[in-house]
Every structure is written in C-alpha cells, then in structure tokens.
Write a protein that binds this ligand. Structure first.
Ligand code: HEC
Ligand code: HEC
Length: 203
C-alpha cells in the first residue's frame, strides 16, 4: 500500500512543503480580507459582527450584584452609562417617591449603589453610547428618565405608539427589555431588537 511513499520519500516531501507555502498564503490573505472588512464596516459593521466583537464594543453590561438586586427588582437594571452622574444623584436622592413607588434603600446600600451609578455614569464611562447621551444633553440638564434623554428619544421617535403604549406586551418605552432582546447583557444594538407582535425593525 505505502510502497510508493517509501520508495519516493523526497518528491512527496517537497510536494507537502509547496502545499504548506500555498496554504500560508491563502490563510494570510483571508486574515487580511477579514481585517480590512472589519475596518471598513465601522463600529457596527459586518466584519466586526463576523469576528464577534461588536457586542463587546457597544455593550454596557451591569456588573454590580447589589445594584442588580435592588434596582432590577421592578424593571431592567438600567445601564448606568445611559444617564449622567447629576441625574443619578438626583434620582438616588428621592427614592421614597420614585415615579410613584417607594424604592428606598438602607443608608449603606443607598451609598454603595449611588457610588456605583456615579462612577459608571454617562459622563464618566467613556462608552460609545454614553458619549452620545452626554452630547445630546444641555449643560447641567439632569433628566430623571433615560426615555427623556434626547438621544434616546430620537432613536425611538419613528416607532408608532401602537407598538409601544398600545402594545400590551410593551406598554411603555421604559421597558427596554421588551424589545431589546439583549438588554440584560447591556446590548442595545439595533440588530437585537424584536418588537413583540411585530418583530425586527427595518428602517
Ligand atoms: C418598587 C419598584 C421599583 C424599584 C425597587 C426601583 N424602581 Fe425604578 N422605576 C419604577 C417605576 C414604577 C418606574 C416608572 C416606570 C414607567 O414609567 O414605566 C421606574 C423608573 C425608573 C427610571 C426611569 C426609566 C425611564 O423611563 O427612562 C430609572 C432610571 C430608574 N427607575 C432607576 C431605578 C434605580 C436606580 C433603582 C434602585 C435604586 C430603582 N429604579 C428601583 C419602580 C422601581
Ligand atoms: C417598543 C420597543 C422598544 C423599547 C421598549 C425600547 N426600544 Fe430602543 N429601539 C427600538 C428600536 C426598534 C430601535 C431601532 C430604531 C432604528 O434603528 O431606527 C431602537 C434603538 C435603540 C438604540 C439605538 C441603537 C443603535 O444601535 O442605534 C438605543 C441606544 C436604544 N434603543 C435604547 C433603549 C433603551 C435604553 C430603552 C429603555 C429605556 C429602549 N431602547 C426601549 C425599540 C425599542
């Protein structure tokens, strides 16, 4: 069976060597193409999605157990990077009347949560979306709602109210995770949006 190989070791060895060089060229070329593609695709381009880093670059995950537990009980634990520090301070200073609910915390928990929010606030975080939040606000403006931030308002103003307030599975724009399927992981990419009863949003 293998007599051919045993008798002619050199030519087959050379053949293998040549094949390796060609393979190296082909694989190297592929790397260049994918790299170029991702560079051209920009922040949410095809290339980055292929490589799988888009989610990482745009996601704003919440990594604080106390915050997730205390502030994720009634709604999504909103990413701190969606409001400036001055908004969080104001909101945390009025928890006994929190949009009509009592969301008061023990003093030490309130301090710890406030610290976490302020440290990771839109004007401190350096995240891409945070920069957009900050740029859309006037100096000193301190909205208590993410849904009142002009950048967020702008991103949703084309969605008809029958799909939000008039949609029994959504009811309010404040319920981010009703439509943003990866909101818990901090991702608000438009590629992960599915409006209940409607589906993906193409604009
Ligand atoms: C007892 C329930 C409850 C708890 C606990 C709670 N919230 Fe809320 N939160 C609400 C309600 C109700 C609203 C108003 C939702 C609406 O208008 O649809 C709200 C709204 C918000 C909004 C504005 C969302 C928007 O419309 O953009 C923010 C920000 C927020 N909460 C932050 C927090 C933080 C931070 C904590 C933890 C300290 C917290 N919440 C704990 C009930 C709660
Ligand atoms: C009714 C469903 C719905 C709800 C609820 C909702 N969104 Fe959206 N959101 C969308 C859709 C659809 C788009 C894409 C709009 C477009 O591409 O024109 C979007 C876009 C965005 C974008 C921009 C994404 C991008 O890559 O440009 C951000 C950021 C965002 N939403 C954040 C939020 C936050 C934060 C909340 C909650 C406070 C929220 N959304 C609630 C449907 C929703």
């Amino acid at each position: 069976m293998n007599t051919h190989c045993k008798r002619n070791p050199r030519p087959s060895g050379e053949g293998f060597f040549k094949t390796s060089i060609w393979m190296a060229f082909v694989i190297g070329g592929l790397f260049l193409i994918v790299g170029y593609w991702s560079a051209m695709g920009g922040e949410e381009g095809m290339g980055e999605r292929l490589i799988g880093s888009a989610a990482r670059s745009e996601a704003m995950p919440v990594a604080n157990d106390l915050y997730t537990k205390e502030c994720g009980a009634c709604h999504l634990a909103y990413p701190p990077g969606l409001l400036p520090a001055r908004s969080w301070k104001k909101l945390m200073g009025g928890l006994s009347d929190h949009f009509g609910d009592n969301a008061e915390l023990a003093p030490e928990d309130q301090r710890a949560v406030t610290d976490f929010l302020v440290k990771n606030a839109a004007d401190r975080s350096g995240q891409k979306r945070s920069a957009k939040v900050v740029r859309s606000l006037k100096d000193g403006e301190a909205p208590l709602r993410i849904t009142e931030v002009p950048y967020i308002v702008r991103k949703h103003h084309e969605i008809p109210s029958r799909l939000i307030q008039g949609n029994p599975q959504v009811k309010s724009l404040s319920r981010c995770n009703a439509c943003h399927t990866r909101a818990e992981a901090g991702s608000f990419s438009e590629h992960d949006v599915s409006i209940p009863g409607y589906g993906a949003w193409d604009d």
